[in-house]
Ligand binder design. Structure first.
Ligand code: FES
Ligand code: FES
Length: 185
């Protein structure tokens, strides 16, 4: 039996748990395939942190309100805290750890966040970065409004919003409005 075969049945394509209460799934995370046995109640966020040992996505509110747990699924930003890992069999997941190039070079968005020091404690940073990465992947020239929309549902408890927007406008190639300093962006 392969490591992914499971004695349990499935209903409508959703696997039922085995006797140990776990479900076998395969996740592609940052280009690497992982075979996991997850609890039926385990969120994608917890599976990434507890099983894959990637800690860039964080738990904040736990109810889809803060964005700290954001990861990309097939290029789309999703809340890891609201997603059951057992339903992610075969998913293509990217976390903030997977944004660097093979040579270790940071992504354009990461570089801009560093350049503008767009964080204090950085708890929220991976969520903002991934939300912007997802936007730029589908819109190469987004408007400022589109960036603000992409950030809806993302909170920064340190209040670094002006620097986050300055970095994001920079990464998107948008000039700040005349007379606006980076801090006012
Ligand atoms: S921890 Fe998921 S949105 Fe806050
Ligand atoms: S930098 Fe601390 S929560 Fe955003």
């Amino acid at each position: 039996m392969s490591d992914l075969e499971d004695p349990s049945d499935s209903i409508a394509g959703v696997k039922l748990p085995a006797a140990d209460g776990r479900v076998a799934i395969r996740l592609d995370v940052n280009g690497r395939s992982h075979t996991l046995r997850v609890r039926t109640t385990q969120t994608l966020l917890d599976a990434l942190r507890e099983e894959v040992k990637l800690f860039g996505a964080r738990s904040g509110c736990g109810v889809g309100m803060c964005g700290a747990c954001t990861v990309l699924e097939g290029g789309r930003a999703i809340s890891g805290c609201l997603t059951l890992a057992a339903l992610c069999d075969g998913a293509d997941i990217r976390t903030v750890e997977g944004l660097q190039g093979p040579d270790g070079k940071l992504s354009r968005v990461q570089e801009a966040f560093l350049r503008h020091r767009a964080f204090q404690c950085s708890y929220c940073t991976s969520g903002f970065v991934l939300a912007l990465e997802a936007l730029l992947a589908r819109e190469s020239e987004p408007t400022e409004d589109a960036i603000r929309e992409a950030f809806s549902g993302h909170l920064c408890r340190c209040g670094s919003y002006s620097r986050i927007m300055a970095a994001s406008l920079d990464a998107a190639g948008i000039q700040p409005a005349p007379g606006a300093s980076a801090e006012d962006a």
